[in-house]
Ligand binder design. Structure first.
Ligand SMILES: NC(=O)c1ccc[n+]([C@@H]2O[C@H](COP(=O)([O-])OP(=O)(O)OC[C@H]3O[C@@H](n4cnc5c(N)ncnc54)[C@H](O)[C@@H]3O)[C@@H](O)[C@H]2O)c1
Length: 264
């Protein structure tokens, strides 16, 4: 097991990629705190994970609220006395063309996706530094980015900007925390079939658009992103920091388009 007895926090863990990360972390031997704003789904996910005597706990936390983040850390330390790994995954998507995007909506996305990752990342890193006492390695953090930290979406401007920010936040955190032997990386998924994009993945026009840019010929699965996250958090990636690892079925490498497999 890659993360035996490590204490992990996963934000946005009630569903989708965050839930897959929590499930995989448990399988790798970690004790996991699931943080989310969806209390019903979060509590149910933690209860499911505990059905095999595994150690999962749900904490209600809006990552964009400093007090919630403080309470998340307090709950983690009270329960486990430490934190070893973080998956900064919580994220939301805006849906408005650039010329119609409202200021409040822009702020809402940046607050959750970018400021939230900063707040949780800094709080966890402070605790990791406190735990260090000259021993190392002292911790690992993965921020959830996107291929849209490199590409741009004119109808999801705030989202695009937030994910561009995550790439730079990842590098800055990696440099600042390297002296403390804390590694910080990001994962940049392509199109992954999760509740976030539930409505569109079933749409044939969307499928054609995405898969004509996806050499592997299918959407990704949350578990495939969780596998990269766990690898980055583990000692297997002990010399990797400041990177965004793309998992997109080959989309970033493609210049033109590919044939779309028959969906029937
Ligand atoms: N699905 C994709 O195709 C895709 C692609 C690239 C990147 N991502 C990124 O992966 C991450 C997870 O996406 P997903 O597809 O699983 O989405 P999702 O909507 O299925 O899950 C996101 C979770 O985050 C939670 N959340 C939202 N706001 C929160 C807040 N303020 N505080 C705490 N939790 C909050 C939601 O309640 C939900 O449980 C996001 O950062 C997203 O940008 C997803």
């Amino acid at each position: 097991m890659l993360l035996q007895d490590k204490v992990a926090i996963v934000t946005g863990a009630a569903q989708g990629i965050g839930l897959a990360c929590a499930q995989r972390l448990i399988r790798e031997g970690a004790k996991v705190i699931l943080a989310d704003v969806n209390d019903t789904a979060g509590q149910s996910a933690a209860a499911d994970l505990n059905s095999n005597d595994n150690q999962a706990m749900y904490v209600s936390c809006d990552v964009s609220e400093r007090l919630d983040v403080h309470n998340l850390m307090a709950a983690c330390i009270e329960t486990h006395g430490r934190v070893d790994v973080l998956v900064n995954n919580a994220g939301i998507l805006d849906d408005a063309p650039f010329l119609e995007l409202e200021e409040a909506e822009f702020e809402r996305i940046i607050r959750t996706n970018l400021k939230g990752s900063f707040l949780v990342g800094q709080a966890v890193a402070k605790q990791m530094v406190k735990q260090a006492e000259g021993r190392g390695p002292n911790g690992a953090i993965v921020n959830m980015s996107s291929i849209n930290s490199f590409f741009a979406l004119p109808d999801h401007v705030a989202y695009t900007v937030s994910k561009g920010g995550i790439a730079q936040l990842t590098k800055a955190m990696a440099l600042a925390l390297a002296p403390h032997k804390i590694r910080v990386n990001a994962v940049g998924p392509g199109t992954i079939a999760t509740p976030m994009i539930d409505a569109v993945v079933k749409d044939e026009a969307f499928r054609q658009k995405v898969l004509s840019r996806t050499p592997l010929g299918r959407y990704g699965r949350s578990e495939e992103i969780a596998a990269v996250v766990v690898w980055l958090l583990s000692e297997e990636a002990s010399y990797v920091t400041g990177e965004t690892i793309i998992a997109d079925g080959g989309r970033m490498s493609l210049n033109y388009m590919v044939d779309v497999p028959d969906g029937r």
